[in-house]
Design a protein around this ligand. Sequence first.
Ligand code: KG4
Ligand code: ZN
Length: 340
Amino acid sequence: MLILAIESSCDETACAVVADGVSEVAAELASSAELHHKTGGVVPEVAARKQVEFILPVIESTVNQTAAKLGLAPEQVKEQVDALAVTVGPGLTGSLIVGIEAAKALALAWNKPLLPVNHLVGHIYANFVDGTIIDPFPAVALVASGGHTDLVLIKAHGDIHYLGGTLDDAAGEAFDKVARLLNLGNYLGGANLSQTARNYTGPPLPEKLPRPLLQENNYNFSFSGLKTAVKRLTDKKNYPVGAIAKEFEEAAVEVLVEKTVQAARETKAKTILLGGGVAANQKLRADLVSKAGDGITVKIPPLKLCGDNAVYIASAAYFNQNYQPLEKVIPHPSLTISEP
Ligand code: KG4
Ligand code: ZN
């Protein structure tokens, strides 16, 4: 089954064609991230206008790539595509609308079903794209991105239960805000902060940062206090940036890893699935594997599928084929992961 998927939830415009949810045929992506560096964050109106600019060339390029791969003329691709898929939320409404309306128009023109996909469920299915997962359920998934940090229990495809999530800032947001405090980047500085922590070889920070909610018997997270603790440190002491970055990363990763492994043990999960932009964090990837131990398989997406893209949207659509009539496919900015 060939699915053409569109993702436009924030500042990336992406389209992909995937076979049977596991085999990438074609993928194209355009990003307006450069513009948001200038403003230190995404201005929704600016992101939406860029979505309008990018959407048709991105779809066209994906169709052309698919044609080349299948040895067809571009106008023949529609005959091979079985269904379309599109991200319906969570995300910026103006950005989502562009992808959704393009997908609806294509579904109408090509006379294909349209499968709505939750963006966060999509992040989880980045783990399925290489086709190596066999019988992973029950699984616990940690989705850690710039806007969300959620732990869910997946009993089967489409059977997803919310276990807990952040009460305030998302993990990626905390990385980004601390990066800004430490002058390591004013937009999406999380990866840079992590790199600085990895490169630091000096003595550790003399003061420990808090591990928020680690001792509480639930699956919730809180990262805003951690950010405030870093702010207090930078205000009063002149510690090396590398030492602060390293201690912050250790604190954030420790909480993410401990809660995820605890959730997997308590729910008797066979597998831990990692997803979201923060899944690119090397320490998180390594610590999750080492802490999970032998009885639990940890699946981590390849780096290129950690950030937003349409490949995993196609995969999620394949494994969760909740077809909706076109008029029912609308953006859900507040959709939570417990409603896949
Ligand atoms: O999933 P994503 O691409 O976009 C959203 O859906 O939010 O996640 C982006 C987030 C940003 O906060 C970014 O700083 C963070 O993922 N991120 C990282 C790393 N790479 C990206 N955070 C920590 N360490 C990294 N290596
Ligand atoms: Zn995302």
